[in-house]
Design a protein around this ligand. Structure first.
Ligand code: GAP
Length: 472
């Protein structure tokens, strides 16, 4: 089954408060987005699930939250100042600026139904455009105060390698995990939150002994693929893509991307897929680049005149010192959130014959787990019980909301559309005031399932245990 056209996701996101265009009241700012009330919950759940699987559920990982602003020298020695660029061309006619390697895919802004490459335009020779955003640290705008907004979270994990080893008594192999913002002045951002200039990454730098790196690379590719499946992503919409040698970043020995079918509407099947996460074998490049003095990598000698130490590891048992290799699973939090949204989208015929949207999000990712509703919002005793159930569930750590903003049928439809797995309805039976004086339903409520639309009757006192089990 294919995924949904992204246009439907953009519309649902705006309509139901997942994602809004940023600074919309001032006309927006190209390709920047704000996560709304449900979007922030969904994205936080994605990040939490990632952290739980990669830090808490393993014994070989530590967490980190590095600064966005780092010493400029980090980016000099990482190679970003010299090489983190895309080829840019200007059009002398329309003054547009385009990525030189994408002119065959980008629509010409001046000539309808033409791509930039196919238009009569007069393009300049490609030149390198560095993607790092510049800023100044302190009140003086001079070269010495220049800093960059980090274009990846990875580097703070490399430069903190020794700190983590020393403070956490870590032995190789182990990894560092980090979730945080990154910034790239992309020449062509777009496709909703797929490519933006400000985004969030979920990255791991896993340090291992040279010679064991190929095996660890394989293990991480499998582990990361299975993580997406464990959260309900459909296997037919995610695939492996092994990068060819001419596609590899300068630091990588090998890289396998996990691609998602982000663009099902494209005719060419191959173009439907794009990168969700990259899992690279970065070798010992980064630790060597940030090490004081001379280092050699792939037959080239590098000298670091500024670092204060050498980032090496001493194996106490083997009495051997070496520079660890690094396996880097690097995922985008925004792209993962978008992929989970697309994958969960479904339409189902309601009783009225109309197509209704049901977002079949995995319960761990759903922004709201349980919505509690009163059948009659003008009956204080029913409202009171509904509020109490909501509060009790929330106290047990189950994200619950109280909702009385419409008739029950409409409320169910709205909760389906935002992916809430369960609805609880409090009615006259709950008060022991059923039809013809029937009191047998006292202290019970209706529980409705999002995916099957089935309804069952449960005692209020059993709700917490029921949902904890269902949502675990
Ligand atoms: N440290 C390695 C690194 O940054 P990358 O492939 O450039 O590798 C990793 O980025 C992930 O970050 C991508 O797979 C993607 O999910 C996300 N990402 C990269 N650029 C992005 C952008 N402009 N907008 C949204 N997500 C982006």
């Amino acid at each position: 089954m294919s995924t949904v056209d992204m246009a439907k996701i953009v519309s649902l996101s705006k309509r139901r408060g997942f994602v809004f265009p940023s600074s919309e009241v001032y006309g927006g700012l190209g390709s920047t987005w704000d996560y709304g009330p449900l979007g922030v919950e969904l994205k936080n759940n994605v990040k939490r699930a990632w952290w739980r699987a990669n830090v808490y559920d393993r014994d070989d990982m530590e967490g980190l939250d590095g600064a966005i602003l780092m010493n400029r020298l980090v980016w000099k020695y990482s190679g970003h100042e010299a090489t983190f660029s895309d080829p840019l061309v200007d059009c002398r006619e329309c003054k547009g600026r385009f990525r030189a390697d994408k002119t065959g895919e980008i629509d010409c802004p001046k000539h309808k139904n033409r791509k930039v490459a196919g238009c009569s335009a007069n393009l300049t020779e490609p030149r390198a455009f560095n993607l790092m955003f510049k800023t100044n640290v302190g009140p003086v705008e001079e070269d010495a105060a220049l800093a960059y907004l980090r274009p990846e979270t990875a580097q703070s994990m490399f430069v903190n390698f020794q700190n983590v080893v020393n403070t956490r008594w870590r032995k190789i192999p182990f990894g560092i995990a980090q979730v945080g913002k990154a910034f790239r002045n992309e020449i062509v951002p777009g496709n909703f939150t797929f490519r933006t200039r400000e985004f969030e990454q979920m990255e791991i730098e896993f340090f291992c002994k040279p010679g064991t790196d190929d095996d660890w690379h394989k293990q991480w590719i499998e582990s990361r693929y299975n993580w997406y499946l464990s959260l309900g992503m459909r296997a037919e919409n995610i695939r492996h893509y092994v990068q060819q040698s001419d596609e590899l970043a300068h630091y990588a020995k090998a890289c396998t991307d996990l691609q998602y079918r982000f663009f099902p509407e494209r005719e060419d099947e191959e173009k439907q897929w794009d990168e969700l996460e990259g899992i690279a074998n970065r070798t010992d490049f980064d630790l060597k680049m940030h090490s004081k003095g001379k280092s050699e990598h792939n037959g080239v000698e590098y000298v670091n005149e500024h670092a204060t130490e050498r980032l090496t590891y001493f194996d106490q048992e083997a009495k051997e010192r070496y520079v660890p290799y690094v396996i880097e699973p690097s995922a985008g939090a925004d792209r993962a959130t978008l992929a989970f949204l697309m994958d969960a989208y479904s339409e189902k015929l309601g009783k009225d014959g109309d197509a209704r949207v049901v977002l079949r999000l995995h319960p761990h990712l759903a922004p709201i787990k349980v919505a509690v509703m009163p059948l009659a919002r003008n009956k204080p005793a029913i409202v009171e019980v509904a509020h109490k159930i909501k509060q009790d569930l929330q106290k047990s750590g189950i994200r619950a909301v109280y909702d009385d903003t419409g008739a029950i049928g409409r409320l169910y439809a709205r909760q389906d559309e935002i992916g809430t797995p369960y609805c609880v309805t409090v009615d006259y039976d709950t008060l022991g005031e059923g039809k013809d004086g029937d009191a047998s339903g006292k202290d019970t409520v209706t529980v409705r399932d999002r995916d099957t639309w089935e309804q069952i009757r449960l005692p209020i006192e059993g709700l917490k245990a029921y949902f904890l089990e269902k949502l675990s």
